[in-house]
Design a protein around this ligand. Structure first.
Ligand code: C2O
Ligand code: CU
Ligand code: CU
Length: 503
């Protein structure tokens, strides 16, 4: 049997070969190189934050839009005046945006020009197994292609797509394989939220560079990724008019947790989370985002005078010794003159779907070796195995899952494919309001924390995964498979029949 780390080394060798142009740093799990770029030397607020390019369909027929993407290497100006070799969709870093509408199908053909396998997953999407981009459903390197079909039989949501190839996802995502997928519907369109150029998606992540400006990937290396990027630029600025803006924030980092706030401490509104709008807007001074999570916020800049600047700062995930002016800052807003603003944020945004009655309860424990002796991570004591089904689910079942982080130092989070779930409880306390009260597909678990989730597994039969979305951890094995089928017997595994009524 090939051990995970041998596979990783193989991946590293491939990467090394690919870096024959001398541009890619081989991803060997070696100690930190002396030649790291000092993040405090990177100039801040010099580059404008770009908007991710909106991808045009190559065709529209009936109720389907067709897209083509090429997965390829390219150079991106992440650091001012320097080029960094990255892995991209269509040469874009971060990847392009697909704009989709509920009820209208999207078909994407992905062609993999890299020298490593890929598998493209639509995070938060409700899609058939063969389009889920599962870890085993690989697109061969060197020109292999695969067509993914996204039915969009689901409400509006800020989704994103990213690589999910078994044991490669963490490095592929780190090197750039992410893109955004904004799904809208009538519920969202009928509101009068800031739109057009006042509706801005922002993909957040961190990175570590060497002195030549190239990305350094070392598995599990959360503390050395100290350069923060917004839409692919290190600490950019963004010009805003003195009016309301909607920002759709995506945490596409492998490992970094953010607590985002404005430098003057002032309040803004959170209107949405992973699975679309919240039932009602929240007045907040901070939004918390674990890897994979999204937040939709509205900031009103009309209270600032022309020429003022403020920083979107980060108070999350800071470690002792971190350079605070680096990991504590994301981007700078530069407030210009007033602009007409007829948008509004209503007191009620949407009606969330009814919860239903759960008939099955399960529990999951996340853990990893915190001694640092191995790179092993587990769900219920097991590392991911490609041909093992860990959880058998009856088609249509509503279940509650209790998920606990058994580690004492390491945060985790938990993401389930196929479904949007609800967070019922956190550490035994009911979650009835706040940022976790909407539809979620990823939930944070600080060390020792427990959450109780509820989901209904319907729409498609098939095999999907659940995992920690700190992608270095999922690549270490903190991932497992569930199978939804009409013939599943709930007598299997640790399942117990247990009616539970909530709300
Ligand atoms: Cu965003 Cu299984 O992933
Ligand atoms: Cu996902
Ligand atoms: Cu984890």
């Amino acid at each position: 049997m090939i051990h995970r780390r041998d596979v990783l080394k193989t991946g590293a060798a491939l990467t090394g070969a690919l870096g024959g142009a001398g541009l890619l740093v081989p991803a060997v799990a070696a100690p930190a190189q002396a030649a790291d770029l000092d993040p405090t030397t990177v100039p801040q607020f010099q580059q404008a934050m770009p908007l991710p390019e909106v991808l045009e369909p190559v065709g529209d027929r009936g109720m389907t839009s067709y897209y083509d993407m090429s997965i390829e290497e390219a150079d991106a100006e992440i650091l001012p005046g320097r080029l960094t070799r990255v892995r991209t969709f269509n040469g874009r870093f971060p990847g392009p945006v697909i704009k989709a509408v509920s009820g209208r199908r999207v078909v994407v053909r992905q062609t993999n020009q890299l020298s490593v396998p890929t598998s493209i997953h639509l995070h938060g999407g409700h899609v058939p197994q063969n389009s889920d981009g599962s870890p085993m459903d690989l697109i061969a390197p060197g020109g292999g292609s695969k067509t993914y079909t996204y039915p969009n039989h689901q409400p509006h949501a800020n989704l994103w797509f990213h690589d999910h190839a078994h044991e490669q996802e963490s490095e592929n995502v780190y090197r750039g394989l992410t893109g955004l997928y904004l799904l809208t519907d009538d519920v969202e369109q009928n509101l009068n939220l800031p739109s057009g150029r006042y509706d801005v998606p922002i993909a957040l992540r961190d990175a570590r560079f060497d002195e030549s400006g190239q990305l350094v990937y070392t598995m599990g290396d959360f503390k050395n990724r100290q350069v923060l990027l917004a839409n692919g630029r290190a600490w950019p600025y963004f010009n805003v008019a003195a009016r309301k803006y909607r920002f759709r924030l995506f945490n596409t980092s492998n490992m970094r947790f953010y607590a985002l706030q404005l430098s003057d401490g002032s309040a803004f509104q959170q209107i949405g989370s992973d699975g679309g709008l919240l039932a009602e807007p929240l007045d907040v001074t901070s939004v918390f985002l674990a890897p994979g999570e999204r937040a939709d916020i509205v900031v009103d800049f009309s209270r600032y005078t022309v020429g003022s600047t403020l920083i979107l700062g980060n108070a999350g995930g800071l470690l002792p010794g971190d350079p605070a002016d680096q990991v504590g800052r994301v981007l700078q807003f530069r407030v210009g003159g007033p602009a007409e603003d007829t948008s509004s944020v209503p007191a009620t945004l949407r009606t969330l779907p009814a919860l239903g009655t759960a008939t099955v309860r399960r529990s999951f424990v996340l853990s990893m070796d915190e001694t640092g002796k191995t790179m092993d991570a587990f769900i219920n004591g097991k590392s991911y195995a490609m041909n093992r089904i860990d959880t058998e689910i009856e088609y249509g079942a509503t279940e509650t899952w209790t998920v606990r982080n058994a580690n004492v130092y390491t945060p985790h989070n938990f993401h389930i494919h196929l479904v949007q779930f609800r967070v019922l409880e956190r550490d035994g306390k009911p979650v009835t309001s706040g940022p976790e009260s909407g539809l979620k597909d990823t939930v944070t678990l600080k060390p020792g924390e427990t959450v109780r989730l509820q989901a209904t597994f319907t729409g498609y039969e098939g095999t999907y995964v659940y995992h920690c979305h700190m992608l270095d951890h999922s690549a270490m094995g903190m991932m497992a498979s569930f199978r939804v089928s009409k013939t599943a017997t709930t007598a299997q595994s640790e399942t117990r029949r247990h009616p539970s009524h909530r709300r």
